[in-house]
Design a protein around this ligand. Sequence first.
Ligand code: ASP
Length: 438
Amino acid sequence: MKKVVKFGGSSLASAEQFRKVGAIIHAEKERRYVVPSAPGKRFSGDVKVTDMLYDCYHAAGRQDISQKIAAIAARYQEIIDGLGLELDLTGEFETIRERFEEQAGSDYAASRGEYLNGLVMSAYLEFPFVDAAEVVCFDEDGVFDPEKTNDVMKARLEGMQTAVIPGFYGAMPDGSIKTFSRGGSDITGSIVARAVHADLYENWTDVSGFLLCDPKIVNDPATIETITYRELRELSYMGATVLHADAIFPLRKEGIPVNIRNTNRPQDPGTLIVENTCRQPNYTITGIAGKKGFCAVTIEKDQMNSEIGFGRKVLQVFEENGISFEHVPSGIDTFSVIIHQSEFMEKEQSVISGLHRAVNPDMLDLESDLALIAVVGRGMRAMRGTAGRIFSALAHANINVKMIDQGSSELNIIIGVRDDDFERAIRAIYDIFVLTHV
Ligand code: ASP
C-alpha cells in the first residue's frame, strides 16, 4: 500500500506544525511520498513565504533586497532551529539572491518557497529529496505536459521507498522554472499519486474536509464524509479553496481517491473524494454551494420555438463578446442566458446590440443581482420529493425562486434567487435536509 501525502502551507508554517506533520507521516509506513507547500501563515495577518518571494523578486533590480531576503531566510531558520536540524541554507539564499538580481523570472522566485521547504522536510524526515524541476515537465510554451511528466516521474520514483518532492513547480525543456497557478501544490500531489499508482492521496490542510455548506452562512455545518468527483465538480463554487480544481484530473484517470485531512486534528477522518461509491450519504444532499453576482439576459420572441438556429445565434453573440454562460433556461417563446455580472458589465451594450442584430427579439430584459445555489447529491437520484422539499422550504422562508435548473444527471438542482435572499435560502435548504435529518 502506498500513500502520497501533500501538506499545505499552514501545515508547514512553523517548527511546531512540522512536528505535527512528522508525527502524521511516521504514524503509517504507507505514507511514503511527501509533497510540501511553502510555509504559509503562522497567524492571521502573517504573510505567506510565496508572497514574500514575489514581493522580493519585484523589488530586485530596483532596490537593495538584502532585508527582504533576510526576512525570508529567517522564516526557514526559525523552522530549522525549532526542529534542531543541522541544515544550512546560506548557499541556497546566495544563489536565490543572484538569480533574483538577474531577473530569472517570477515563477522561479515563487517556486523557491516549495524548493527550500522540500529541503527542510527531506532533512527532517531523512527521506531523499527529488527536485520537482527534474520530474514535472512543461512544454516550450509553458503548458503542463501530463504524459511526459508521468513517464519521467514514474521512472524517477521507481525503486525509491520514500521521497520528498516539492509542490507547485516544474521546468520547461530549456530548464527554466514554471509554476502552476496559486495553490498548485495540490496538483503536484496528484501527479505523484498517479505516477506511483498510489492507493490513496492524502491532502493535509487546516480544515477537516469539505463542509456541507459555507460556515459563514450556517453555523457549524456538518462535514461531508464521502463525495464523488462529479458531485465535487457540481459544487465547484465551494471546493476551489480546499483543493485546486486541476488536481482532480490526474487522479480521475487512475481512479485514485483523495482524502482531505486536517493536520491540526489528525483524529478526524476528513472527506474522502472518490470516483464512485455505494456508500449512502448521511443526508439526501451531499452539499450546498452558491455564488452571488449573476445576471440574466432574457430574450422574448413570438414563435421562437419554431425558428431553427435561434439558440445558436443567441449564444454566438455571447461567444463573440468573450462571455461564458452558466445556464440557459428557456420557455416556449423566451430564452434566458445567465452570466457572471462582472464579465457582462463592460460588454453589456455590445451584447444588446448584437442580440438585436442576430435575432431581432420582441423584447429584451436584463435582470441583475441574482444568486445561484447548487444543491447537489447522488442521494437525490433515488429519492422522491427532494425538489418539493427544497421549494417548500424556500416558500416557508418567503423566498421567491427566480430560476430552476435540474441537471439531467439528477445529481444537482440549481436555484436562482435574489442576491439579498442568498444566505437565507441556503439556511432554509440546510435546515430542511440536515437539521430535520432525513
Ligand atoms: N505556495 C503556493 C501558493 O501559495 C502553492 C501552494 O501552496 O500550493 O499558492
